[in-house]
Design a protein around this ligand. Sequence first.
Ligand SMILES: [Zn+2]
Length: 343
Amino acid sequence: MWPSDPVTLSARVSWEICTGGSRDTQKNDGLGTKLRAAAKIAEKAADIYRAAALSRTLHTLKSQDFQVAGIPGTTVSDIVYDSGMVSGAGREIYDEVMDGRDEDLCPMCRHTEVSELDHVLPKKAFPALCVAPDNLVGTCDYCNSKKSDITTEVARKVLLHPNFENVSMERWLKAEVTPGSPGVLRYFVAAPPHWDAMLADRVRHQFGFLDLATRYSSKANHTLGGMRQHFAKQLEKNRASGLRIYLEDLASSHRADDLNGWAGVAYSAWAADDAFCQGSFKAEPAPRAEVSEHGMENFKITWMQDGLRRESVVRYSAKAAGDYASYKRAEEGVSDVRIIRSR
Ligand SMILES: [Zn+2]
């Protein structure tokens, strides 16, 4: 949902570089020659892919139209991507995808640092795109593993393509304080009214699919844990109105950097909450205690969403784990939330 700059290299040249070292052997039936000769197939595949990405119809592309000379997708991917790009002559392209970014947070979630290269359409099912720059995005390990090799034919379930789609210029992320809690936040998508229904659906789906409500709330809780004493001093010195102005200042500074960043949204939500500004944040220790580990346990929170059981592992007090489960239950499309204590 945040942009990523694709490497400006044609798919054909990328393919040629990554297959340049492929050799024929007695056993492989001229595989090297076949792969080197497929540069045009890769170029055409990338053109179709680009047009689909621009017209938001990636979900209509069929795996069978992106095969290479009858060679199994796994074989193509192993040779062209693994040997040719990751550990071959194409390594510079790989490094550019990983480094050629404005900053180092994942464009899918803006929660975790980029650490892995993701194929937007999976490399084994769409081997002709396995080294196409438009199909490569640097993401965090969480988003990459969550995405796995999943593809969809359902338009509303297509994740936003960081190389082609960008909703970071408009405010769509919001949060509110969970009533009765010491500042625990519930994040949600508030789609701008002029968005078409499909875009709003896709952003909501991505938000749920990548567990952003839980991941952002966890970050906000940790931040609050470290700021609690400081907020208390602000409140003591400048009263509720002074604390609110202070929180609004922090929100505006963070939002100048990222309009939909979890931190700016957190400070906005705290500033907007009367009880918080009057000191409700002092009521309980932070979900993660500042000094002591006393009362902290490992919990696994699991829930059903989109027909799959999902989970999040946290280390919190029993109460904080209960709070998580509560706002998970309040999320749209979520059912059967369970808290499991683990050691
Ligand atoms: Zn991510």
